[in-house]
Design a protein around this ligand. Structure first.
Ligand SMILES: [Zn+2]
Length: 508
């Protein structure tokens, strides 16, 4: 991780110089005074969350229907090469955190697959996101030393620096291997990139022994230190748009904020005033690498005066099927996905549209929880699965896309009246509609049912008396789909409230 090796080819640097000189001349003429400008392009993404492979996605800001072949490191590599070629200025490639976790590969590689791709794509730096602390999660989240060791492996495997100025250990030291800021020289302009991360990680089991400082307080300490080594400072943050706005409002001396965390598609940059009333552009690239952000910045100065931000313009460029995957990166991605591309079962039918597939996936999961535990009822909210079944054949990769965490099925006793009360609130925000393996009209309010579900549901719905069944969710789902499909239960069996197969009917 060298701070000084920015990856600018001589050709690009020369192009940039020509562009800068002509701009300088134009400005000098316009202003009637000697002025100097420097352009820079920042390609940025955030919250990739393990989307190493292309995926299907509804980008609600653009269209209401699902598109497949979205994102993925191989298409992103091609787009980066195109934008680098077209750029008339030096280019830096920056990730604003949450590269790993939640993806289908997360528990298998703990982010090392993402970092390998980022190394190959030539990232210049990345901010530490809250999910970089959650490389061990679910049943494994209590082992803070293991989670922190996984983060250390991630950092050690990265050919680019990770930035975070507001987390320290018990000795007051910044996270090992992590830098508060790095300085890059672009032409004659020295730019410091300062990393800040969200406070929400402070309460994670995985961050035991780490101390989180308020990002605005940390910025007040670190911006002057960065300014001592650079002409301008750009924050690379994982604070969410609200946090980035607060950061802009409450600091002096930031020229731009490249952010993440809130998964916000800022199709147009925000411009917020800082403490001096100077505007600070804030950019964010939504989530999962469905797009790539392209932030164009122009800095200028008069004579030996201070460098100032003169202009900015950001756009989100789609990473979709029109972008051909880079074959070398695609082969690398396949190397990581191939071990999981094994058939584990089949479904008797697949719904025609995305909404239908979402509901169907919840139905299958609810049936799988019941089947695996022998509970009376299985429950699954349709917003809980991280992906949906799309093909009749089910692979381990799909199972892990739907269930990215290492978790067990939970059971809890609930009266029929309590179940009816839960259903009365359907659907609810962030949870969606609850899918039960029991028809509403068949619920006996006086009876107590043993209900099987995932841990997130017991927590979200505040269900007491939860019991860990000891059956892993992914194993439960694999066993269930192994017994479905052509030889297993029919489509009718998977409808909510239909006769769901008992454990003895769905194999071991
Ligand atoms: Zn995120």
């Amino acid at each position: 991780m060298q701070d000084s090796d920015h990856r600018l080819s001589l050709g690009r640097a020369r192009l940039a110089l020509v562009a800068a000189l002509s701009l300088t001349a134009a400005l000098a003429t316009a202003m009637g005074a000697a002025a100097e400008t420097q352009d820079l392009v920042i390609l940025h993404d955030n919250d990739l969350h393990g989307h190493l492979h292309s995926f299907c996605y509804v980008e609600t800001g653009v269209r209401s229907t699902e598109a497949c072949g979205v994102g993925g490191a191989a298409r992103r590599a091609t787009l980066i090469a195109i934008l680098r070629r077209k750029a008339r200025a030096p280019v830096l490639l920056i990730d604003a955190g949450d590269t790993s976790t939640r993806g289908p590969l997360a528990t298998r590689y703990e982010g090392l697959d993402e970092v390998a791709a980022m190394n190959a794509l030539g990232y210049d730096m990345a901010a530490v996101g809250n999910n970089e602390f959650k490389l061990r999660d679910g049943l494994d989240k209590g082992d803070a030393p293991a989670a922190q060791a996984a983060l250390q492996r991630l950092i050690a495997g990265s050919k680019f620096p990770w930035l975070c100025a507001n987390v320290t250990d018990d000795n007051g030291q910044l996270l090992a291997g992590v830098k508060p800021f790095v300085v890059r020289k672009v032409g004659r302009l020295r730019i410091a990139f300062l990393g800040l991360t969200t406070l929400k990680s402070a309460h994670y089991a995985q961050t035991k022994g780490l101390h989180f400082q308020d990002p605005v307080e940390a910025a007040a300490v670190w911006i002057p230190k960065a300014r001592a080594e650079a002409d301008v400072v750009i924050a690379v943050t994982h604070l969410g748009v609200d946090g980035d706005q607060r950061l802009a409002h409450q600091t002096h001396g930031l020229s731009a904020i490249v952010g993440g965390d809130s998964h916000t598609f800022l199709y147009q940059e925000l411009n917020e005033p800082d403490l001096d009333g100077k505007r600070v552009p804030i950019v964010q690239d939504g989530e999962f690498g469905a797009n790539l952000g392209e932030l164009k910045l122009r800095f200028s100065r008069s004579g030996d005066g201070p460098w100032m931000l003169a202009d900015s313009n950001d756009r989100l460029v789609p990473v979709n099927q029109t972008v051909r995957p880079n074959p070398r990166v695609a082969a690398m991605v396949e190397g990581y996905t191939a071990p999981l591309e094994v058939r584990v079962g089949a479904l008797p039918q697949i719904a025609a549209d995305a909404e239908g597939r979402k509901r169907q996936t919840a139905d299958v999961l609810a049936a799988a929880w019941r089947s695996a535990t022998g509970a009376d009822v299985g429950v699954e909210p349709d917003e809980a699965p991280y992906d949906a079944f799309r093909t009749l054949v089910v692979t381990r990769y799909q199972v892990r896309a739907i269930l990215p965490f290492h978790e067990d099925v939970i059971t809890a006793p609930l009266t029929g009246a309590a179940l009816q009360a839960l259903l009365a609130a359907n659907p609810r925000p962030f949870v969606g509609a609850l899918h039960l393996t029991l028809r509403t009209e068949d619920i006996d309010p006086a009876r107590t049912y043993n209900v099987a579900m995932v841990n997130a549901v017991t927590e979200l719905l505040g269900i007491a008396g939860a019991h860990d069944s000891g059956v892993e969710t992914r194993a439960a789902l694999e066993r269930f789909v192994a017994g479905t499909g052509a030889a297993g239960p029919t489509a009718t069996d998977l409808r909510p409230g239909a006769g769901v197969p008992s454990p003895s009917q769905v194999g071991p």
